[in-house]
Design a binder for this molecule. Structure first.
Ligand SMILES: Nc1ncnc2c1ncn2[C@@H]1O[C@H](COP(=O)(O)OP(=O)(O)OP(=O)(O)O)[C@@H](O)[C@H]1O
Ligand SMILES: [Mg+2]
Length: 295
């Protein structure tokens, strides 16, 4: 069964998209079959992986992106939206087999206003995702910094939640707010869970990102750990929730990789896979593989 993981924090700009793309690429390189679902109407992950030209075509056509499954004018399912082996070279050759994308476009914002389906959007999404699930080892959801309808699709379908964070007070506040909002959403959506679905997803891990060299993050890390312990005692996060041992360093190449439309590990020497940020992402991917919940 695929492990389904939402990357989310109520704080924006902490590195959700860059972590999800770079770890997805590492997992694919390790031979795992990966589906990345872009649930953020900003479309950052989709533009990064498809590059602007291919994404523009999708955005102007208005079909086969995630919003099309909610648009009654279409008869499109999640399985119709899969972009197989999304990373392509100049000649259309596959650069990283095993990394597929469900892309989004700017019209996903309409889900928050226009959608009036018979069942909640997250139920429709989960049912359709279940049809393709057995093709993958990991399904990863890139969420915006909220739990509105688009994020709800990822959270409802997920078995685990990972929280990217920076070593600052605002990330801690974002984590706290996230746990509260998750609790409320689980209460509202509980009646829609069917037998055979995994239990409602709780926070399983926090990943510190963009850590500057020479900066001591012991204090913010300790604060995050204390908050996590409190939530664990209240059973509001998974019993196996932890701060990941791997932290991802701050590196200019991460910002450059967006411009180049590639994950860091495909940048060759520049990614510095052994002792640079490319190595951090590989280590994080390994830690994800080994971090399996007892529940
Ligand atoms: N390890 C890193 N080193 C340097 N820059 C980074 C690193 N991680 C992320 N960034 C940069 O920080 C910015 C925010 O990252 P990203 O878009 O991944 O955050 P996000 O949490 O997805 O944001 P949003 O809430 O808008 O979706 C981007 O410019 C990204 O390139
Ligand atoms: Mg993002």
């Amino acid at each position: 069964m695929a492990r389904k993981i939402s990357f989310i924090n109520y704080k924006g700009g902490v590195g959700k998209t860059s972590l999800i793309i770079n770890t997805a690429a590492c997992l694919a390189k390790m031979g795992k079959r990966i589906l990345l679902c872009d649930l953020d109407t900003q479309s950052n992950a989709s533009i990064w992986l498809l590059r602007l030209e291919r994404w523009n075509l999708l955005n102007s056509s208005g079909s086969r992106s995630i919003y099309s499954i909610f648009d009654p004018a279409n008869n499109i399912k999640v399985s119709d939206c899969l972009v197989k082996d999304v990373l392509k070279g100049k000649e259309g050759e596959s650069l990283l087999p095993g990394l597929d994308l469900v892309p989004t476009t700017f019209d996903l914002v309409e889900l928050e206003n226009e959608y009036k389906g018979e069942k909640p959007g997250y139920v429709l999404f989960q049912e359709q995702l279940a049809e393709v699930e057995d093709q993958y080892d990991f399904i990863l959801f890139d969420c915006p910094p909220n739990i509105l309808r688009a994020s709800q699709c990822g959270v409802f379908s997920s078995s685990e939640i990972y929280v990217p964070a920076n070593p600052d007070a605002l990330s801690l506040i974002g984590f706290t707010l996230l746990v509260e909002k998750l609790h409320k959403f689980h209460q509202v959506s509980a009646g829609f869970r069917q037998s055979g679905m995994s239990p409602m997803a709780q926070v399983h891990g926090i990943v510190f990102n963009a850590i500057k060299s020479g900066v001591d993050i012991d204090v913010p890390k300790m604060r995050m750990q204390l908050r996590m312990n409190q939530f664990r005692n209240q059973k509001r996060v998974s019993s196996s929730a932890k701060i990941f041992n791997t932290q991802v360093r701050d590196a200019t190449v991460v910002r450059r990789s967006v411009t180049l439309g590639l994950p860091v590990i495909l940048l060759g020497k520049e990614s510095n896979e052994t002792d640079g940020v490319g190595g951090d992402y590989m280590q994080l991917a390994s830690e994800m593989i080994n971090h399996v919940s007892p529940t």
